[in-house]
Design a protein around this ligand. Sequence first.
Ligand code: SF4
Length: 476
Amino acid sequence: MSAPSETFLGFPAFPEAAHDAVRDRELRRTMRHATHTIRDKRARAVAELADWDELRTAGAQLKERTLRHLPHYLEQLEEAVTRAGGTVHWAADAAEANRIVAELVRETGEQEVVKVKSMATQEIGLNEALAAEDITAYETDLAELIVQLGRDRPSHILVPAIHRDRRQIQEIFRERMADWGRTAPENLTDDPVQLAEAARLHLREKFLNARVAVSGANFMIAETGTMVVVESEGNGRMCLTLPDTLITVAGIEKVVPTWRDLEVFLQTLPRSSTAERMNPYTSTWTGTTDGDGPRAFHLVLLDNGRTDTLADQVGRQALRCIRCSACLNVCPVYERTGGHAYGSVYPGPIGAVLTPQLHGIQSEVGASLPYASSLCGACYDVCPVAIDIPEVLVHLRERIAEQGGKGHRLEKAAVNAAGWVLNHPRALEVGERLASLTRRLQPKRLPGPGAAQWTRSRDLPELPARSFRAWWKENR
Ligand code: SF4
């Protein structure tokens, strides 16, 4: 079993990473089986609701309206959280968020935290930042635990260890569990029930000893300052209720105005993600309460590129995302490459539009992701908040083309040359005649590395012996 790097730092651009991934037959088999199983279940769960389209529209409009008035709802949220006994911290970027969390943990005198599965904390690399401060973060979601013990990276939003089969998980538990706490049972097999039991015993010790927990939030309700976490295992709830101090790190786009708005998302999210009618564990908390739950609550509101994304009229719709992962499960590209090829904690179609916007299109990875799509539109069809991902992809490609780069300079020169010829009918006619006369001499494949790849699996269309223009002259 390989022990790859635990972060996406220094990861290659998508084409290079995908090139290796698609050659891994076992990965492709695992991914195909997993994504098809989830997508079929989702389709059945969604088909049960006669008003699915209305719910989808309502979800999109609720998010859109909230984003338009984001400063107002964030201020309302801050007031409500403070009123309820919590403390709100604002973090402009990953470094600031990590620094705030590390300081809060240090103030408690603890050197260990338990974590609820959270995309925001992965996005900012919180575990690594805490490790640099001698604070150990224990992941408690089963799939995240597998990723952490395997010194791996997540490859799916909802099922981070989707690329692992149960035999690999058995191996990871046997080899690594002891390094992180309670050892795996000696006779552990790859039976899912045994694997789950081993994880349960291992994690139970963590929950009972932890004094500090870190979570994300699926939703934050502005009117009451309430945090909402939805999960399937109940491990999250242990983290949210047992420790003395709870620190929540959430992106600013997670705010919704009222409790009523949850009515929509708590119907669309479980069906889109796990194909369940109702989410198994929905935890909500508002500040602190005497004699019940954590004594201290801190909310770290994270920007980290979200304000810039909001400024983009087309791209901002990516901030509606409720991280259901339905778009990953239907994407033909994701199915073949798996999640690591996207070089980010946000893989698949949503990653292809979110990562370049949050982290910029200047990096190789950022500039390559909007091209990691066939633009088939399957992601848009399943998205419960109607994010038109293909529209954002094309928009980002335009921005990338505008910023230049070798490939784009050549493309631009070719389009300019074509523009000139099309604007000069005489030159076009001469060109057509020449092309027809030399058609037998023309290669079947285009030259150059990029163009050659294009014609490796496609025939170049044969030129006719006579152009339409020549035919027209003769016949009319
Ligand atoms: S973009 Fe839509 S389908 Fe994809 S994860 Fe986000 S909400 Fe789900």
